[in-house]
Write a protein that binds this ligand. Structure first.
Ligand code: PLP
Length: 424
């Protein structure tokens, strides 16, 4: 135990880290003139230094070329979203035509549900997890109402069977079996935002499909955090944002996946000109003829300034590679768990599953002793440049991100908790 808590131990882990230099590719926020221990990449990832270059390129092009910027150079705006397509496809384990960067997360959830939630009297049910991120719940409930169904009947929220809000596969399986014949669509998280639990997308998809349901995922906390294999999972659709582990800036343009089997679907959709086949788009005719694949769900010409930072982010993911990032992530989060187990067990209780396959970067940590005590610790940490985030009533989420967090950062968290405990 004493060894785990020494500078030498954490520094040796950092020195042996093959990804250690990527920290320099990010702007680190400061506290009292020194870098914070920033553990909030699950909420807003840090700024890659390359982001400014890409944004300035767009500003310069606009200044010097104006409308011509749509048609000139490699980064022309007409096809700008295609610049991120291959990188995105690699990041989520998809074919390039299955992914598109567009809109924002909640908007994409709605637009894809328009196509993939088609309730009937026999199969009206939209199934989700209880305790979902509020925006997802609002979106799903409003979709149910939009189709004229009563959420009390048609929105099923599966209660977790684990005491801290985690789900066993058996629990998910039972819920799908129970509602099977009435299921229209399942929407499930890749990683649950509050508990940090990661789910097996392929297993859930298989169960849902066997019951005759459409299956989609919200990957807000999964993309850039864990390697996901969307194509092989068989999921029908998925949505996610790019400002969390994808480090693309506040309100960054989001992502969407539509499985190749739906590339030429005649399901209804809400259409816009940017989803129209580009070979005929500028004939400006009255007929909508969708681009095959995920691109066909685009509405508008994209916000180029909002897309630009994603290019810098994807460059970094391509260089570092997800398997290497994941290996470091498991080590960082494992170290955090070890430190808690070794000496902080009477202060902190980890509610995220211990099994690495069931979690990403984040540990959701309950402060033992109730809300006041939890809040006091959270404030103590923040005042010393150790930033996590707070979830009512008593949970601190700590997400060591392998791109820019260090083992020394993790030690700093644990030491600051010790200091707080010892001072009480
Ligand atoms: C972060 C997050 C959101 C936020 O939605 P926006 O449309 O990007 O504001 C929604 N759902 C989940 C699960 C999230 O984690």
């Amino acid at each position: 135990m004493t060894d785990l808590f020494t500078d030498a131990h954490a520094q040796a882990l950092d020195a042996a880290d093959p990804l250690r230099d990527y920290r320099n590719a990010f702007h680190l926020p400061l506290h009292d003139g020194a870098p914070m221990a920033y553990f909030v990449g699950n909420s807003l990832g840090l700024q890659p230094k390359g982001a400014r270059t890409h944004v300035e390129e767009v500003l310069d092009k606009w200044a010097t070329e104006a409308v011509e910027g749509h048609f000139t150079g490699n980064a022309q705006w007409m096809t700008y979203h295609e610049l991120v397509r291959d990188g995105l496809a690699r990041t989520v384990g998809a074919q390039p035509a299955e992914v598109v960067a567009m809109n924002t997360l909640s908007a994409n959830l709605h637009f894809l549900l328009v196509s993939f939630y088609r309730p009937t009297q026999e199969r009206p049910v939209l199934l989700m997890e209880a305790g979902a991120f509020p925006s997802d719940r609002y979106a799903l409930e409003s979709q149910v109402r939009f189709h004229g169904f009563d959420p009390a009947e048609a929105l099923v929220e599966v209660e977790p069977d684990g005491e801290d809000g985690t789900f066993s596969m058996a629990c998910i399986e039972r819920a799908i079996a129970e509602h099977g014949p009435r299921l229209a669509t399942i929407v499930w998280p890749g990683v649950q935002y509050r508990t940090g639990q990661a789910f097996d997308l392929q297993a859930i998809t298989r169960l849902g499909h066997a019951a005759g349901a459409v299956v989609g995922f919200d990957l807000a906390h999964a993309v850039g955090n864990l390697p996901v294999q969307l194509h092989d999972s068989g999921a029908d659709f998925a949505v996610w944002c790019h400002y969390k582990y994808m480090n693309s800036g506040p309100g960054a343009v989001a992502g969407a996946f539509v499985h190749a089997r739906h590339a030429h679907t005649d399901r209804p959709r809400f259409a816009g000109w940017w989803g129209n086949d580009p070979t005929v788009r500028f004939r400006m005719g009255p007929q909508f003829s969708p681009t095959p694949g995920a691109d066909g769900w685009q509405l508008s010409n994209p916000p180029i300034l909002g897309l630009a930072p994603l290019r810098a982010s994807l460059d970094l993911f391509d260089r570092a590679t997800l398997p290497a990032l994941r290996a470091k992530s498991e080590a960082l989060t494992g170290y955090l768990q070890q430190l808690i187990d070794a000496d902080l067990g009477e202060v902190l209780q980890v509610i995220t599953p211990r099994e690495p396959l069931q979690r990403g970067c984040q540990l959701s940590i309950r402060v033992i002793g109730g809300r006041e005590r939890g809040r006091a610790l959270f404030d103590y940490l923040a005042a010393r440049g150790v930033l996590g985030d707070w979830r009512e009533p008593d949970v601190i989420r700590i997400s060591p991100a392998p791109f820019y967090n260090t083992f020394v950062d993790v030690l700093r968290f644990a030491r600051t908790v010790q200091e707080w405990r010892n001072g009480r």
